[in-house]
Design a protein around this ligand. Structure first.
Ligand code: CP
Length: 303
């Protein structure tokens, strides 16, 4: 595998997380760059996306690079039966880096093993979404002034929500995190992640409701129930609106608490919350451009 790829959040060290934060801060102030002049980046999206693809493409444009790729694999030769293996072999002939989203867990790692150029995982099934995590961390650092001592509430679909898995692993590198998992039993945080926390002496708590404890939170990380990952639609219907964050629930929360959500939102945050100063999810999405500029330039050794 090309060792400059980013497949799992654990591919980066804590020092690299901090470097990405510093670079993102620099790019937020200096949005027009020429570092990618003469370079071509491929964005291969085998699954739908709005934020990840468009913020990556904005990041590439702002760094002065060119983009090839597809936002819908039905317009590629995948629709004629071409394998992922052959698609990656081909595209790594054309581009200096591949950014890929794919529904299969492990597909990004597989692509990186085949590719001659670095691969960035833009989400592989319910597994990992490492660039989302880096922008989430940038958002936490920006709003809280730190990454240590964060009481992080994760709410909703903690089973299929790949963003919470990556975020848990990354925030565990910092001092004294506390994780509060709020999920119905069907969507609980998988045991492998809870075992990881236990083995590393990191505190976590599980809850079915959060109204009574929300005032402890520094960050409330809401998630969408991932309809596309359910095999049985009846099971999805049972849990689809399990938690809805409403404005009145925020009345006694910490003044500096911020609400994050990787988006897209369905019903899990009332639109009334959007105008609350504690809502941060649209700014969080904007932070994706600066963070992805930082990730690309770091992996290509341009900074
Ligand atoms: N947060 C996120 O991954 O959004 P998209 O699915 O729109 O890319």
């Amino acid at each position: 595998m090309n060792n400059k790829s980013l497949i799992s959040i654990t591919d980066f060290t804590k020092d690299e997380y901090l470097k990405i934060m510093d670079l993102a801060r620099f790019y937020e102030k200096n949005t027009t760059q020429r570092l990618l002049k003469g370079k071509v980046i491929a964005t291969l999206f085998f699954e739908p996306s709005t934020r990840t693809r468009l913020s990556f493409e904005t990041a590439i444009n702002r760094l002065g690079g060119k983009i090839i790729g597809f936002s819908d694999s039905s317009s590629s030769s995948v629709s004629k039966g071409e394998t992922l293996h052959d698609t990656i072999r081909m595209v790594s002939n054309y581009a200096d880096m591949i950014i890929m989203r794919h529904p299969l867990e492990g597909s990004a790692r597989y692509a990186a093993e085949i590719s001659d150029v670095p691969v960035i995982n833009a989400g592989d099934g319910a597994n990992q979404h490492p660039t989302q995590t880096l922008l989430d961390m940038y958002s936490i650092q920006k709003t809280q002034g730190r990454l240590d001592d964060i009481n992080l509430f994760m709410v909703g679909d903690l089973k299929y929500g790949r963003t919470v898995h990556s975020l848990l692993m990354a925030m565990s590198q910092f001092d004294n995190p506390i994780f509060n998992f709020v999920a119905p039993p069907e969507l609980a945080m998988p045991n492998e992640y809870k075992s990881f926390l236990t083995n590393n002496g990191i505190r976590y708590f599980e809850h079915l409701e959060f109204n009574e404890i929300i005032n402890q939170a520094d960050i409330i990380y809401m998630t969408r129930v991932q309809r596309e990952r359910f095999i049985d639609p009846v099971e999805y219907e049972k849990v689809k609106n399990v938690y809805i964050l409403k404005n009145e629930m925020l009345a006694n929360t910490k003044p500096n608490v911020r609400i994050l959500h990787p988006l897209p939102r369905v019903n899990e945050i009332d639109t009334d919350v959007d105008s609350n100063e504690k809502a941060y999810y649209f700014e969080q999405a904007r932070n994706g451009v600066y963070t992805r500029m930082a990730i690309i330039s770091h992996l290509l050794n341009l900074q």
